[in-house]
Design a protein. Structure first.
Length: 317
């Protein structure tokens, strides 16, 4: 019988029974040169908060060097872009006093390291249901490079208790930081500034992660914005956890594909995300004909909060 999950502490430093997985930590530290999405576990050497974007007007965002992709100095990382959509959709939710039940994001092409303009509008605005779309385009461009759609629902008092799936309990807290390989250069980019702590429990593999960078300078980053930015790790984290599982069980080839191109992300939020630690536990990983799909259960410190699904193209060198 699977033991029920236990809630991690605020610092994810507890005496709860848990098992940090060195093999999985190795997969998360990765090697960018080999084409693996690099997730380093670091601590902030500078206590002053650093940000991914500077706000230039109500809906115009100038990327800082932290928003850059590891693949090219001319591209933005997908995580910060998704975080901007989280900010845009959340503003609409606050205006309507509704709950963000679903958020879907599509990346049409590589997002350039250029100032972006967000254009957000309601497609439907009812008393109980609202639909909203948002696009991002370069300030000197015409065509959008990414799009998001959100479904907002009116909440009401309902006495039925929350019932999560007992097959996917809250992951244990990880006692120690599972640090990746030492890097002689200081961490700069979004993926390098994620405090990432993978582990394994009776149910399987999981990872807890936290953003060390703020989204927009001059304002606090909400828990929802942080969680949405980390949705970009859905595909990469799922593939790494599956590769680590195969390695541990000696199940054939456990290599990670040379390159996984993220093309979308959809998250369903069963209840509001709180805190700063986001937990992911894979429930489905499918790879066939060069297409991969990953589904993760999402957790806050207090329990399950939703699910995330991402698809991508597997590229080989």
């Amino acid at each position: 019988m699977t033991k029920p999950g236990r809630s991690p502490s605020a610092s994810l430093s507890t005496n709860q029974p848990c098992q940090p997985d060195d093999r999985l930590a190795g997969f998360f530290s990765g090697n960018v040169a080999a084409g693996i999405i690099f997730v380093a576990v670091t601590s902030m050497k500078n206590k002053e908060k650093q940000f991914l974007y500077a706000l230039e007007g109500a809906n115009t965002y100038r990327p800082t060097p932290h928003a850059r992709s590891p693949w090219s100095e001319t591209m933005q990382h997908g995580g910060p872009v998704m975080g901007l959509f989280g900010r845009e959709i959340e503003k609409a939710a606050v205006q309507t006093d509704m709950h963000v039940a679903r958020l879907t994001m599509d990346l049409f092409k590589a997002v350039p390291m250029a100032t972006l303009v967000a254009e957000t509008q309601f497609e439907r605005l009812g008393n109980r249901i609202a639909a909203i779309t948002s696009t991002l385009r370069p300030v000197k461009g015409e065509a959008p490079v990414a799009r998001a759609s959100g479904l907002l629902l009116r909440t009401r008092q309902y006495d039925s208790p929350y019932r999560g799936n007992s097959e996917y309990p809250l992951p244990y807290a990880t006692r120690e930081t599972a640090r990746g390989k030492e890097n002689s250069k200081p961490p700069i980019f979004f993926h390098e500034r994620l405090d990432t702590r993978p582990g394994v429990d009776d149910t399987g593999r999981y990872v807890w992660m936290r953003m060390e960078l703020g989204l927009v300078a001059g304002e606090p980053t909400s828990p929802f914005q942080m969680a949405v930015a980390m949705m970009d790790m859905t595909l990469g984290s799922g593939l790494r956890m599956e590769a680590a599982r195969k390695q541990a069980l000696a199940l054939g080839d456990h290599a990670i594909p040379a390159l996984s191109i993220n093309v979308d992300s959809t998250s369903y939020w069963e209840r509001p995300f709180t805190g700063e630690w986001l937990g992911m536990r894979p429930s489905l990983i499918s790879q066939k004909d060069g297409i991969t799909t990953v589904s993760n259960i999402l957790y806050s410190r207090s329990g399950r909060v939703g699910t995330a699904v991402a698809s991508g193209l597997i590229q080989t060198i």
